[in-house]
Ligand binder design. Structure first.
Ligand code: ADP
Length: 245
């Protein structure tokens, strides 16, 4: 599976109430990159994802998404409470009218990928917060996304669960090599997850810096405690602080 391209050219987004959510955004994401969008609340990160997914259209400029196989997960797992884990995971495939035999194979594979095979018959209320997010990830995996958008998916989880899910998402990416765009306001999460960190500032929402992450595919807790990790995180923190004064 290979990832899609995603291009924003001179993109601006002004809402009818006058809020300029994005201004002058130029960003090219290559197939198979994993880009973290990092910045304070209100700097337009979610708006950028909505444009990438086609849910919104920019006021000016061009957004080009090289696929219609898009996965999208949010902070809220948005599961249907009366459906089992496996029925929730099958949902988007059903909406896409995948043949039943193919869908069943994909659901089995997606549940396996996120470690929920044993919980296939459970209802959402019987799951932990982390497991609900895994169900949400599996639901998007069923459609074999070439572009996977993550809108701060783990912001509401405790740190331990969040770090575990960070590794799970990285494992999915290493296996499928979709193009990933991951919104967060955690510097550590951005640097750990991404191949490139795009830093945004607010009022108006815009890109204020970009950093290639110098770590390869193999990342673990040692990565988080390495001098390079601290150095890059410090640089990004300085940039964000400078943009806020
Ligand atoms: P972030 O994801 O970085 O927190 P958002 O993309 O959600 O930022 O929002 C960027 C700015 O646009 C914020 O000031 C927000 O209040 C505003 N905004 C978002 N959606 C709308 C909307 N539908 N109408 C008016 N303003 C909006």
């Amino acid at each position: 599976m290979s990832g899609a391209t995603l291009d924003f050219r001179d993109v601006a987004m002004r809402f009818p109430n006058g809020t300029v959510a994005l201004d002058d955004v130029d960003l090219s994401i290559r197939p198979g990159e994993f880009v973290a969008l990092l910045g304070p609340s209100g700097c337009g990160k979610s708006t950028l994802l909505r444009l990438a997914s086609g849910l919104d259209t920019a006021t000016s400029g061009r957004t080009e998404t090289g696929t219609d196989r898009i996965g999208y997960v949010f902070q809220d797992a948005t599961l249907l409470p009366w459906l089992s884990v496996e029925r929730n995971v099958a949902l988007f495939g059903e909406l896409d009218h995948l043949p039943a035999s193919e869908l069943s194979g994909r659901v089995t594979h997606a549940l396996d990928m996120v470690g929920l095979t044993k919980f296939a018959k459970h209802l959402p209320h019987q799951l932990s917060g982390g497991m609900r997010m895994r169900t949400s990830l599996a639901r998007s995996l069923v459609n074999n996304p070439a572009l996977f958008l993550f809108d701060e998916p783990f912001g509401a989880l405790d740190e331990f669960t969040r770090e575990k899910l960070n590794d799970d998402v990285r494992a999915l990416w290493l296996e499928d090599r979709f193009t990933g765009v991951f919104v967060t306001h955690s510097i550590a999460e951005a640097v750990y997850m991404a191949t490139r960190v795009v830093v945004m500032g607010a009022s108006p929402g815009r890109i204020i810096g970009e950093y290639d992450v110098p770590f390869g595919d193999e990342r673990d807790e040692h990565t988080r405690y390495s001098p390079e990790f601290a150095e890059l995180s410090g640089e990004i923190s300085d940039l964000l602080k400078a943009a806020m004064v």
